[in-house]
Design a protein around this ligand. Sequence first.
Ligand code: MRU
Length: 355
Amino acid sequence: MSTCPIDTRVIRPIRFVAGQCQMLDQRLLPTEEVWHSYKTYEEIADAIRTMVVRGAPAIGVAAAIGVWFGVRDLETQSSQEFYTQLEKICEVLAATRPTAVNLFWALERMKRFAHANLDRSVLELKIGLEYEALAITQEDEMINQTMGRHGEPLIPDGARVLTHCNAGAMATAAYGTALGVIRAAVAAGKKVAVIADETRPFLQGARLTAWELQKENIPVTLICDNMAGFLMSRGEIDCVIVGADRIAANGDVANKIGTYTVAVLAKVHKIPFYVAAPVSTIDLSLADGSLIPIEERDARELTHIKDVQLAPEGIQVRNPAFDITPHDLISAIITEYGVAEGDFSTRLPQLVHQS
Ligand code: MRU
C-alpha cells in the first residue's frame, strides 16, 4: 500500500499509518483526540454515516478510500465481475449521506477510472484505483490552497469574518475551503479575526472550527447561532464566509442548517456573503436548490447533548441537517478555478468545464 507522508503540523482528518487508513473521530473533538483504524469499505461507510468523518470534501475522500479498500479484497480475476462488485461497493458508500455531492462525485470518478480500464487485469485495476483514491486525497489539499489564493483578496486586512459550521481542515483532506480562504488571508499577512457560530445541533463550529483555528493561533471568538444578527447590527462583522455541500446550476447553495439564516441577516445588514467550494461541489444536473436532497438526522441530536437530556421524552422533532441559501443572497462563490460573481448560471458551468 502507498502511504501519504505525514506532516504532523498539518491538521488532517484522515491519515495513513502502517498500511492502515485512520480517521480522527470528529464526534469526540475537542476534548478527545481519538484515531480509529479502518480496513474495510463497510467500516468506512459506517464512519461516514455516523459522522466520524464529515464535511463535503472529506466525505468524498473517505468514499474514494472506501472503494479502494473494497476492491482490494475482491478475489475475482474477471474485470467485468470486478466492475459489477465495484458498483455494489459504491452503492453501499452512496447510501451513507445524501446531501454532499462530493460523495457521489468521488464514487463516479472511481467508477469512471475502472470502466475506462476494463481491458486491464484485475491487479492493474486494483493498483489504479489505489492511485486514484490517493490522488483525490492529495488533490483536495492542493485545490483548497488554490481556492484560498483566489478568495483571499476578498478578505480585507483587519476583517472580522463570521463563519458557520466547519468548512476547515477537518471538513477536507487538509487546509479547508472557507477556512482555507481565511488561512490564505492570514498567510498573506492580513490580520483576520474569526467569529465562529457554534452550529447547533452537531456543534461543528464550537467543537471543530474553534479547535482548529485555536490550534493555529488564528484569533477566533465563539458565539451561539442566535447571536450573529446582534453582532451584525453592531457593526462587528465585516463579511461572512461558509463552505457548501452542493451548489445547484443557478448558484443556490446547500450548506449546514442555519446558513440561510446567516445569509438573510447578512443581506439585511449589507455584509458580503461568500461561499468557498471546489467545483466538485457544483451539481449542474440540478437547476436550483429546491432539487437538492436534504438529510434529516436523528431527533436525539436535538433532544440530547451526549447523554444529557434537554427536551421532554417523546417530543416531536424536526432535524434537517442542511438548508438552501438562494443565489441572490450570495455575493460570490470562490472555487479553485476562480471566483464567480453576478450571473452564476453562466459562470458556474464555465468554472466546471475548466476542470
Ligand atoms: O453535516 P456535516 O458536518 O458533514 O456538514 C458540513 C457542512 O455543512 C460544511 O459546511 C460543508 O460540508 C462544507 S465543508 C468544506
